[in-house]
Design a protein around this ligand. Sequence first.
Ligand code: FAD
Length: 301
Amino acid sequence: MNRIGLLETLSQENIEYCENCPLAPYTTFRIGGPAGLAVFPKSSGEAVKALGAVRSSGMRYLVLGNGSNVLIDDGGFDGAVVILTGMRAFSVGNGFITADAGLSLTRLASIAAANSLTGLEFAYGIPGTVGGGVYMNAGAYGGELAQIAVSSRWYDMETGEIGEYSGAEQDFSYRHSVYMNDRKIILSATFRLAPGERDKIGAAMDDYMSRRREKQPLELPSAGSVFKRGNGFITAKLIEDAGLKGRRVGDAEVSEKHAGFIVNRGKATSADVLGLIEVVKREIRDKFGKDIECEVRYIGS
Ligand SMILES: Cc1cc2nc3c(=O)[nH]c(=O)nc-3n(C[C@H](O)[C@H](O)[C@H](O)COP(=O)(O)OP(=O)(O)OC[C@H]3O[C@@H](n4cnc5c(N)ncnc54)[C@H](O)[C@@H]3O)c2cc1C
């Protein structure tokens, strides 16, 4: 199937798509040029059909959740971008929640709270999706998805198969999962939670959210913490100690509120952010002899 065949399949299946689609609005950095094609499945069934058609077309592809951990190049993405935030179905039963990849982590945590289930409070306020969260093993305040994700269902872009990884097969570690090593797209995930008191769960979620509001520059576009936690050091503290708060390249700025964040002051380009990342890495190496690693994923054109 070529590109025309792909568009025909999407039209026949009534799956929403957009050609030459600007990607900046689909990222929390608000940065990124156009995708040749962006596809918006609204259910797991549509996602499988869309991914299958993209696979058959042989086009280069990228999957996005909420775009909250990516820096997309200003040149855009020469290929098909499948954006999963439209697939948001979930089910709850016997202490488990199964959710489609596009459901937001904040909504997932709220669903757990509404069902008096504890274990997802930490995820409240992480602006990603179930798929992006499992892919990155998102975590905060001592919790991470690895602790509760019992299984995840995938579509394999290499073979076209649908399957499931359970338990240790997901190979979670700090900001890492098995999905970083292969070409499988997460369709849904199942989380095991424990019975809890609704009021206590809600209070913990409110507490985490107010800590975020207090410490993070949520009023400006960003992709959260740009760098990974260091081995034996707190990266944001090192950046602050290096006097880098407020340092700018173009409209990209090391946040004055949280040194781990780079914020978009208005018209930041991907080159501005990449330039600033290099400045920060170099200064931390020169001042403290430490190498720091990016958590945000750069998507080249
Ligand atoms: C203000 C702010 C605060 C943040 N706080 C935290 C925090 O406390 N803890 C934390 O861990 N992160 C945090 N983040 C980063 C981010 O929200 C998480 O990494 C989140 O899990 C990313 O999810 P997403 O849906 O936005 O993924 P995206 O950014 O859309 O994608 C990230 C990567 O996952 C891949 N991917 C996405 N969906 C799928 C899928 N279904 N199958 C396979 N691959 C997929 C993408 O291809 C990409 O490589 C923060 C970000 C912001 C902007």
